[in-house]
Ligand binder design. Structure first.
Ligand code: ADP
Length: 354
């Protein structure tokens, strides 16, 4: 069959299936009730009964339930390794030369950072991804020479901040001024990483730099997009072919709408910029889906940066994060509606980046 031939040429099965099924996946993850909510007996609106079929029920009032369909719905029993297991095939395809974008979307406090970054005991997608990239590079060292580097950026109020360029601890890292891989935004710093220790240093350096100049780190993080870009350069030792692929890992700003009472000054400007970039992200995905001749990448810094990882030859994974409580119902519905629209879309067949 066509597949057998392709597999013989070294393609992995996941990639082949991906080509026939389209290349955007949406996974839904709900955070557990926190201690305070649990002890004060908060009502939850989430129904996981058919979660194994990728369905999530939301009780919108009384006996009314609205059901959403995703590629995967995690229950509260799924842990960080279960979540990573679903991201792992995409991580492998980066090593095969594909561009990939993984992002977490949702209201502040729903677990975006927990999913992407995690904690020291419960490491998230970012760390596990880098760990797996090194593992694969090791396994393939007879056939491929891989060079891996990382950039850490923040987009706040439509301004890009290169966190490794400004990090107080970045001196420890070997910094390579590239630009080459970021033709849309030149001069971004790439830190070369060679082992797990380097990864930890880079992630830490980025984190430290993020805190600089903001008096409330949590608030600042909820209003900015935190973007990790992993550049993989592969030289095939058998045929001399070289590929470069990019993996974006993005913890988006909180998607919540601003309360009317807060709508002034700096807060208003922040909120408008967040709205603008999140809707720009939606617009880009919808334009790609409708095969529109104009894809509005330039409408926000976020989409501009992600440009070559959202197009027709890339694979995209979105975690839509939600809260289980009744208080957050309207934000939850709005996140799930956005995610459902995104999921209804196929970006087109995946192609290899050369
Ligand atoms: P966000 O990044 O969306 O603002 P956080 O990741 O900071 O949200 O999560 C808010 C709180 O909920 C944190 O204390 C986090 O540790 C906790 N949390 C979120 N998701 C989970 C989960 N799946 N399991 C355990 N704790 C979680």
């Amino acid at each position: 069959s066509k597949y057998a031939e392709e597999i013989a040429k070294g393609k992995n099965l996941f990639n082949l299936l991906q080509e026939t099924k389209g290349n955007i996946r949406v996974f839904c993850r709900c955070r557990p009730l926190n201690r305070e909510e649990a002890s004060s007996g908060y009502a939850t609106v989430v129904d996981f009964e058919t979660a194994k079929d990728g369905e999530l029920g939301i009780i919108t009032g009384g006996s009314t339930k609205k059901t959403f369909k995703f590629d995967r719905v995690y229950t509260l029993k799924d842990d960080q390794s279960d979540v990573y297991a679903d991201a792992s095939p995409l991580v492998i395809s980066v090593m095969d030369g594909y561009n990939v974008c993984i992002f977490a979307y949702g209201q502040t406090g729903t677990g975006k950072t927990f999913t992407m970054e995690g904690t020291e005991q419960k490491r998230g997608v970012n760390y596990r991804t880098l760990e797996e990239l090194f593992k694969i590079a090791g396994e393939r060292k007879e056939t491929f020479d891989y060079k891996i580097s990382v950039s850490v950026l923040e987009v706040y109020n439509e301004q890009i901040r290169d966190l490794l360029a400004t990090s107080p601890s970045s001196k420890k890292l070997e910094i390579k001024q590239a630009g080459e891989g970021f033709h849309h935004v030149p001069g971004i710093v790439e830190a070369k990483v060679e082992n797990i220790r380097d990864i930890w240093d880079v992630l830490q350096a980025g984190k430290n730099a993020r805190a600089v100049g903001s008096n409330n780190v949590n608030e600042h993080s909820s209003r900015s997009h935190c973007m990790l870009c992993i550049m993989v350069r592969a030289a095939n030792l058998m045929n001399g072919e070289c590929t470069r692929s990019k993996l974006w890992l993005v913890d988006l700003a909180g998607s919540e709408r601003l309360a009317k009472t807060d709508a002034q000054g700096e807060r208003l400007k922040e909120a408008q910029n967040i709205n603008r970039s999140l809707s720009a992200l939606g617009d880009v995905i919808f334009a790609l889906a409708s095969k529109s001749s104009h894809v509005p990448y330039r409408n926000s810094k976020l989409t501009h940066l992600l440009q070559d990882s959202l197009g027709g030859d890339s694979k995209v994974l979105m975690f839509v994060q939600i809260s289980p409580t009744e208080n957050d119902l309207s934000e939850t519905l709005s996140s799930l509606n956005f995610a459902s629209r995104v999921r209804g879309i196929e970006l087109g067949p995946a192609k290899k980046q050369v």
